[in-house]
Design a protein around this ligand. Structure first.
Ligand SMILES: Cc1cc2nc3c(=O)[nH]c(=O)nc-3n(C[C@H](O)[C@H](O)[C@H](O)COP(=O)(O)OP(=O)(O)OC[C@H]3O[C@@H](n4cnc5c(N)ncnc54)[C@H](O)[C@@H]3O)c2cc1C
Length: 394
């Protein structure tokens, strides 16, 4: 007897939507592995918003789809397979759910609709020089002055700050007691006087990270999320959800397919003419087996999360495994492209957006960008600590 797939109609609806609604030039852009900017994210978000699918992870009452985690996974898998862009995560995945859980009614009304329609863009101001893995050591101060907080300090590695309208940021409102206790979460308009954003040049030549300097920045007290001193609770709530992202594995699977296409295109008519072909193919197949394993691990994590039994170690293990796997896959692409090509790229000054799509070149940019995968969102060593604590109580 064949079992009935309860999601069959849903899958079909997703496939049709991705095929018909995502513009071809946007799909080409995604396929080329260029860095997706606010413009590409916005075009796709507007399409999803019009369809009522703007927020797969939000409740229906606030404009979300109310999908379960299995549906959210299918959405990610089918849209990745069709080369639709991912959704921009800082608003939808990070601060949106925090506002939904801890925010005031006024904050929900003010901020959530603009995250949904993609008209307001957020960045995350957590890390500081000296406070990355050890985030609770952060020093940026927020002093109360009437109905405002006055912020002074510096944030670092702030992705997308250069194009953000708003920043959610952790600040120190007290130096008393445990260091976690004096931290608060504030929502800061990026056009407030006293904010200076400076780009951090990176090896991939893509502008994504910045330093953000805060000098006497006045933020209304109504932009405090939760009670004063409860920022750590909000941050933990966010980080717990950040680790289990249904989007990562489908994007990795698509990348592995692209690398396979690249390898096959390089094979030429005579396989014997490319002696490294079989070595590369073997590495690729091993990586693809890794993607399949990651998919199984993610699906079982999704089941456990839906039953409320997911252990922190499993989502940390997924984050650790997927970030290292992404580096392996893109490493194969670099080896296909060859050292001369890579050297030319490293010597170049940037990507010319007007130039024709060059899949190889963009994959090499991606290789350089992916070096950060084992750092951003919590380093691999920190994930290993979480796993060890969870499994062995270390
Ligand atoms: C591309 C990119 C984008 C980012 N985007 C953002 C963003 O938008 N917003 C934001 O707030 N931050 C962002 N970050 C910052 C990121 O969260 C931090 O870089 C990360 O948490 C590590 O902190 P750190 O750089 O201070 O390194 P450190 O914490 O100083 O770590 C240095 C080294 O020591 C190791 N280490 C540290 N503590 C331990 C420990 N307890 N046990 C074992 N080893 C340890 C680390 O694993 C690492 O190898 C981004 C970073 C990158 C690279």
């Amino acid at each position: 007897m064949t079992s009935i797939d309860p999601y069959a109609a849903f899958r079909e609806e997703l496939r049709q939507f991705a095929a018909e609604q995502c513009p071809e030039d946007l799909k080409r852009f995604v396929r080329s592995n260029r860095k997706i900017t606010r413009n590409e994210y916005r075009i796709w978000q507007e399409k999803l918003f019009a369809r009522g699918w703007a927020a797969p992870n939000w409740p229906v009452a606030h404009g979300g789809t109310g999908w379960d985690l299995q549906q959210r996974y299918l959405f990610e898998e089918i849209t990745a397979q069709a080369d639709c862009p991912p959704q921009y995560h800082h608003g939808l995945g990070h601060i949106g759910p925090v506002i939904l859980h801890f925010g005031t009614e006024a904050q929900k009304e003010r901020f959530l609709p603009r995250i949904l329609d993609g008209s307001e863009w957020w960045c995350q101001g957590y890390s500081e020089p000296g406070a990355g893995s050890d985030l609770a050591s952060l020093k940026t101060s927020a002093r109360r002055d009437g109905d405002h907080y006055v912020l002074n300090g510096q944030k670092i590695w702030t992705s997308h700050a250069q194009e953000a309208d708003m920043m959610y940021t952790l600040v120190r409102t007290s130096s008393e007691g445990r260091k976690q206790a004096g931290i608060s979460l504030l929502l800061v308009p990026m056009n407030t006087p006293g904010i200076e954003v400076r780009p951090i040049p990176t090896i991939d030549h893509w502008h994504h990270v910045n330093e953000v300097f805060l000098n006497d920045v006045r933020v209304p007290c109504e932009n405090l999320v939760g009670a004063e001193g409860e920022g750590w609770k909000c941050a933990k709530f966010l980080l717990d959800r950040e680790r289990l992202s249904p989007a990562t594995v489908p994007r990795l699977a698509r990348l592995a397919e692209q690398v396979e296409e690249l390898l096959m295109a390089r094979r030429g008519a005579d396989p014997a003419a490319s002696p490294s072909f079989h070595v590369l193919l073997e590495r690729l197949y091993l990586a693809q087996a890794g993607v399949k394993g990651a998919r199984e691990m993610l699906l079982s994590a999704i089941q456990e999360e839906m039953q409320g039994t997911l252990a922190a170690s499993k989502s940390s293990a997924l984050k650790l495994f997927c970030s290292e796997l992404s580096q392996q896959i893109i490493g194969i692409a670099l080896d296909i492209a060859g050292p001369a090509h890579a050297a030319r790229l490293v010597a170049s000054t940037g990507v010319d957006a007007e130039q024709d799509v060059d899949l190889e070149r963009e994959l090499v940019h991606t290789y350089l960008f992916y070096r950060s995968r084992t750092i951003a969102g919590g380093t691999s060593e920190v994930q290993k600590n979480v796993i060890a604590r969870d499994l062995f109580g270390a």
